[in-house]
Ligand binder design. Structure first.
Ligand code: DX5
Ligand code: ZN
Length: 226
């Protein structure tokens, strides 16, 4: 699997969001991670479909929308119309997870499922064949800049094992506290889509930060995978 960086615009300077995003892309980012929060599922409010619409002309790269909201079905059409490419929903927020993932796909977007640190991988087994990606949270969602929770590493490794055992090809994404000092262990475990907010936009230039981050990440790819 190709190692990809998904810069999280949550940590960018909103007054110059498009420019910040382009710098992170220049440094090697190949997806843009868009954190949608509703103040109910998580204790923070960010942005919604209008932000996706505003970002759409900035880049042709996929917009990876992470919905941290209650009732995500109510908004799928709006995200599709705004130009979202990938939409992930939380297992914990979906009463009918299978149906919601079907809806994402029927709207022409790539479905992903997310689990919080307290949610076991086993709760996803039935839906693994229908997802494009599984997002393992390595912090409790709601805020950027939190400390990485190492329990995510075993969950990533378990998902990689399941992928092989079940002969599936979903991507494994990880989100929260991923930085130059934590990225190697998640890549070694099998993560291939790496979300990073403060590591890219926190200090210094986003382009340089992204390039250095990817160097560390790619150096950690297990030898057998190349
Ligand atoms: C947290 C969000 C993350 C956040 C990550 O709830 O889902 O995508 O932007 O930020 P860092 O990389 O700073 O932990
Ligand atoms: Zn996120």
């Amino acid at each position: 699997m190709k190692i990809e960086l998904a810069p999280s615009i949550l940590s960018s300077n909103f007054a110059q969001l498009g420019n910040d995003a382009l710098q992170a892309i220049e440094g090697g980012g190949t997806l843009l991670h868009v954190d949608v929060m509703d103040g109910h599922f998580v204790p923070n409010i960010t942005f919604g479909p209008p932000m996706v619409k505003a970002l759409r002309p900035v880049t042709k790269l996929p917009l990876d929308c992470h919905l941290m909201i209650e009732n995500p079905d109510d908004f799928l059409e709006q995200f599709a119309e705004a130009g979202a490419d990938m939409v992930s929903v939380h297992q914990e927020a979906c009463r009918h997870l299978h149906r919601t993932l079907q809806h994402i796909a029927t709207h022409g977007m790539k479905p992903g499922v997310v689990i919080n640190p307290g949610t076991p991988v086993e709760t996803l087994i039935e839906v693994l064949p229908m997802v494009h990606h599984v997002l393992v949270m390595s912090v409790n969602p709601g805020f950027g800049g939190q400390e990485f929770l190492p329990l995510a590493v075993d969950k990533i490794a378990y998902l990689a094992e399941l992928r092989e055992a079940l002969d599936l090809n979903f991507r494994i994404e990880v989100d929260g506290g991923i930085a130059h000092d934590t990225v190697a262990q998640v890549v070694e475990a099998g993560a291939d889509m790496l979300v990073a907010g403060s590591a890219i936009f926190g200090h210094g230039g986003a382009e340089k930060n992204a390039r250095e981050f990817l160097e560390v990440a790619r150096a950690a790819v297990p030898a057998v995978q190349g």
